[in-house]
Design a binder for this molecule. Structure first.
Ligand code: SF4
Length: 430
C-alpha cells in the first residue's frame, strides 16, 4: 500500500475545491477535506492519516500503515439530491459532472437512463459490476427516478454483454417500470445523445441536454455511488478501475473494485506485476478519450476508470494530416501522437459533423457519419501522405472507403492501444 495519497482539488467539472484541513491535521477515512467554491462537490479522504502537504492543486495525505474499510458517514440529508451533494458524487464515467445538479429536475413522464454502455473498449469494471452485483446499480437507478419524479427507468447496455444482461434480467422483477434497452456495439454509443437517439429514435441538437428528451442520463458507477450514499452514508472515496496493457502478469485486463481515491497510478500497475518491458505511454482513461499520464504524479480520481500501458508508438517521419472527431481524441491528443511518431503535421481538419459551440467541439449526430470524402481530398491537396484520425466507428469506415484509394495511409489514434491487447482496430467495422 502506498503511503502518500494525493487528492486533486479538481476532480469534477467546475471550479477547484478549497481545502478545509490544515497541514499536520489527523484525518479519518471519509472525512471531508475540501469544499466547493462555486460549481463542484466536496472531496473526502479515502484513507486515515495525516495531512502531509497542501498546494494550490492538491492535498497530499500520509496514510496510516493499517487502514480500515470503515469510514465517517455523511450527515443525514432530507433529499436524495442533497445526499448526492453531501457525498461528493460526480459522473464516474469520465465527465465528472456533479450529480446533484443533474438531479435538479422534475420529469414525471420522463426517464432516468442508466448508462451501462461502457463505451470504451478494454474498460470492463462497469459490466463486471453489473454481472456480479446488479442490485447496487438497480437501486441507484430507482433512487435517481425518485429524485427527479420519473416514472420510468431504462438500462442502456450493449447487446454483446449477454452475461450482464442475464444478471439484470434475473433481478428486474423486483423493480417497477425499469426496462433494458440493448444497444449496438459502436463508438461512441455511450455519448448521451447517441444513447437517446438509439432509444427514442430522435437526435438532440448539440446544444440540447437530455432533459429536452425528458431524460436524465447517469453512468452505472454513479448510480452505484447514489445507492451507497443513500443506504450507507458513504461519500465517494473508492473507485472501480480497469488496468490493462503491457503488464508483467500477462493479463490484458485487470479489474479492481473499491480502489481508494488518491492511490498512485504506479501502485495500480505494480498490483499487476509492473510494466512488461519497453512501453509507449501510460494511457489514463479509455483508448478513444484517454490521455497520456505520468507514473510519477497521476492518481486514481473520482472519474478515472482506465489505466492502460501501451506498446511504443510506431515511427513515421513523413507528412500527416489530422482528422479530428468531437467525441474521440481532440487536436492536442492527435498532435501528441504525431509528435511521438516523429511525423510532420501539414493539415488539421475537423470531421464534417463537428460544430464548434463556444469553443467546444460537438458532434451533430455522434456515431453517424456524414461522409468524409471531401476532407480526405483536402488532406491530399495539403501534401499529407498519411492520416492520423480519431473518428468514430462509422466515420472510420467511410475514411477507409476513400483515403487508401487516394494513396493515404490511415492510422487511428487508438491503434497502438488496441495492438497492445490484440483488439480489433478501428477501421472497416461491421
Ligand atoms: S460523426 Fe464525426 S464528429 Fe461525430 S462521432 Fe463520428 S467522427 Fe466524431
Amino acid at each position: 500500500m502506498a503511503s502518500l495519497y494525493k487528492f486533486p482539488l479538481k476532480m469534477h467539472i467546475g471550479a477547484p475545491c478549497k481545502a478545509i484541513v490544515k497541514e499536520g491535521e489527523a484525518l479519518e477515512r471519509g472525512q471531508c477535506i475540501a469544499e466547493p467554491e462555486g460549481l463542484g462537490v466536496k472531496i473526502h479522504t479515502s484513507v486515515s492519516g495525516t495531512v502531509d502537504k497542501i498546494t494550490s492543486s492538491e492535498i497530499i495525505i500520509k496514510a496510516h500503515e493499517v487502514q480500515s474499510k470503515d469510514y465517517i458517514r455523511i450527515k443525514k440529508c432530507n433529499t436524495i439530491k442533497e445526499t448526492c451533494c453531501e457525498a461528493g458524487i460526480v459522473g464516474a464515467g469520465g465527465a465528472g459532472f456533479p450529480t446533484y445538479i443533474k438531479l435538479d429536475a422534475s420529469i414525471p413522464d420522463g426517464y432516468v437512463i442508466a448508462n451501462c454502455v461502457e463505451c470504451e473498449p478494454i474498460l470492463g469494471h462497469n459490466i463486471a459490476m453489473i454481472e456480479q452485483n446488479p442490485e447496487v446499480m438497480l437501486k441507484g437507478l430507482q433512487y435517481a427516478m425518485e429524485a427527479v419524479n420519473a416514472k420510468n427507468g431504462i438500462i442502456a447496455i450493449k447487446s454483446k454483454n449477454k452475461k450482464s444482461i442475464n444478471s439484470l434480467t434475473n433481478s428486474l422483477s423486483k423493480y417497477k417500470n425499469i426496462i433494458i434497452k440493448e444497444l449496438d456495439d459502436i463508438y461512441p454509443m455511450g455519448e448521451e445523445r447517441a444513447i437517446i437517439n438509439q432509444i427514442f429514435d430522435k437526435w438532440l441538437e448539440p446544444t440540447q441536454l437530455p432533459l429536452e428528451a425528458s431524460s436524465v442520463v447517469l453512468n452505472c458507477e454513479t448510480l452505484c455511488n447514489i445507492t451507497r450514499a443513500v443506504e450507507e452514508g458513504k461519500p465517494v472515496i473508492d473507485k472501480d478501475v480497469t488496468v490493462g496493457g503491457k503488464l508483467c502478469n500477462k493479463k490484458d485486463v485487470n479489474i479492481f473494485f473499491d480502489v481508494p481515491i488518491g492511490t498512485p497510478v504506479s501502485e495500480m500497475i505494480d498490483r499487476c506485476g509492473g510494466i512488461d518491458g519497453e512501453y509507449g505511454e501510460i494511457l489514463l482513461g479509455g483508448p478513444y478519450t484517454g490521455k497520456a499520464g505520468s507514473l510519477d504524479s497521476d492518481v486514481v480520481t473520482k472519474s478515472l476508470g482506465g489505466i492502460v500501458v501501451t506498446i511504443p508508438f510506431p515511427k513515421y517521419e513523413g507528412n500527416v494530416g489530422l482528422l479530428v472527431c468531437a467525441c474521440g481524441a481532440n487536436e492536442d491528443r492527435l498532435r501528441y501522437i504525431a509528435s511521438k511518431m516523429g511525423a510532420k503535421v501539414v493539415e488539421v481538419l475537423p470531421c464534417k459533423n463537428v460544430e464548434n459551440i463556444r469553443g467546444v467541439n460537438k458532434c451533430k449526430t455522434p456515431g453517424k457519419c456524414p461522409g468524409q470524402a471531401a476532407v480526405i481530398l483536402k488532406f491530399k491537396k495539403a501534401g499529407a501522405n498519411r492520416l492520423i484520425i480519431s473518428n468514430c466507428s462509422d466515420c472510420s469506415n467511410t475514411v477507409m472507403n476513400s483515403a487508401p484509394q487516394l494513396g493515404l495511409g490511415v492510422y487511428h489514434h487508438t491503434d497502438h492501444v488496441f495492438r497492445t491487447v490484440n483488439h480489433q482496430l478501428t477501421r472497416r467495422l461491421k
